[in-house]
Design a binder for this molecule. Structure first.
Ligand code: PMP
Length: 355
């Protein structure tokens, strides 16, 4: 820490990005929940074309993207705000709406806690019930903003729309944020609830089903009033937050829904097959609605599975904390070939360890 750093930043806990980029060359990356498939050719073509106009600033409102998404979900463009990844949207939400605090499950996307701490937001973590989010635990949140990832990460479990609605109706004084980063892989979107509730914000990303994690593009959908608040913060801090190439890539991806649909179908098929194979090898695997699995072996520790796979240059995600999940690993679904290789190595590990 330099002597010039503001003391309020002296004990930051940044998001752990270790091993996510360059050092992973040559590895099978099943650790960061990206798509194993390249972006749609249309996304690449549009983005390339947009690069020719990079001498000009980009559209701060992402008007074309907003129009397209509004049409897809029967909303008005003014109900949509874009972020540099949905992480940036989450940051805006913690800044904008958490004066009375925040609440989220005790096992969920780790960024919520990091953002709460950064913004000095008082947060309560709500226990899961058998790894599921139970709406009855979300009563009387006293105006705290509630963050729920659906499907949840790292558990991969989805919540029903009626359960989401129960959280909203039992907390009339709270804003409810539903983080739908993985919704395309099997959960029901709360977008149908938007006309009914003006206390609902839905966040989405192009990082998973649309293969654009490196482009950094996310968005939120909410009431016009809340969207105006979020936009105000965005335009104060980072008015040009989505660069022109990314806007163009996003548009290309949205215009190639067929490509996205095929990739989602493939990932779901490979996911379900991988789950069955892991169960046959003695793993307990939660019922995934996402592009990853959450699994623990009956007798081999999570750490052992993780480190043994790493020796074969296969990365999965191990969490040593909280202790309740230390025996689980989160496994991103890769291509059929990658998962075949993964399963063969896991088979070897389980046979060696249980001999
Ligand atoms: N929400 C959840 C639950 C996630 O797992 C992630 C990805 N790490 C994000 C949001 C953020 O994704 P991005 O910023 O790439 O849109």
């Amino acid at each position: 820490m330099s002597k010039f750093l503001h003391t309020k930043y002296s004990s930051l806990t940044p998001y752990d990005t270790s091993g996510e980029v360059e050092s992973m060359k040559g590895y099978i990356r099943l650790n960061t929940n990206e798509s194993p498939f390249p972006p749609s050719p249309l996304a690449v073509e549009y983005s390339h074309r947009a690069s020719i106009g990079l001498n000009y600033y980009c559209d701060p409102e992402c008007s074309q993207l907003a129009a397209k998404i509004a049409e897809m979900y029967s909303l008005k463009p003014s109900q949509i705000v874009f972020g540099n990844g949905s992480d940036e949207i989450l940051n805006f939400l913690f800044m904008a709406f958490c004066e009375k605090g925040a609440a989220f499950p005790n096992i969920t996307y780790s960024f919520y806690k990091i953002l709460a701490k950064f913004h000095g937001v008082d947060c309560v973590t709500v226990p899961l019930k058998g790894f599921r989010v139970d709406p009855s635990y979300y009563r009387d949140m006293r105006g705290r903003t509630i963050f729920i990832a659906n499907p949840n990460a790292p558990t991969s479990l989805a919540m029903s729309l009626s359960d989401i609605e129960a959280v909203i109706t039992s907390n009339p004084a709270s804003l409810v944020v539903v983080d739908e980063a993985y919704v395309d892989f099997g959960a029901d979107s709360a977008v149908t609830l938007l006309p009914k509730y003006d206390s609902l914000v839905i966040t989405r990303t192009f990082s998973k089903s649309r293969s654009l994690a490196g482009a950094r593009l996310g968005w939120c959908m909410t009431s016009e009033e809340l969207a105006a608040d979020i936009r105000n913060i965005k335009n104060t801090l980072t008015p040009y937050n989505i660069n022109a190439m990314t806007q163009a890539a996003g548009l290309g991806a949205l215009e190639d829904e067929e490509y996205t649909r095929r990739n989602i179908d493939m990932i779901r098929r490979v996911r379900d097959n991988t789950r069955t194979r892991l169960q046959e090898m003695g793993f307990e695997v939660l019922d995934s609605s996402a592009n990853f699995l959450f699994a623990k072996h009956g007798s081999i520790s999570g750490e052992k599975i993780f480190s043994s796979l790493k020796k074969y240059k296969i990365m999965i995600r191990h969490f040593s904390n909280p202790p309740a999940i230390a025996d689980y690993n989160r496994i991103t679904i890769g291509t059929p070939e990658q998962m075949q290789m993964f399963l063969e190595v896991v088979k070897g590990i389980t046979e060696n360890e249980t001999e």
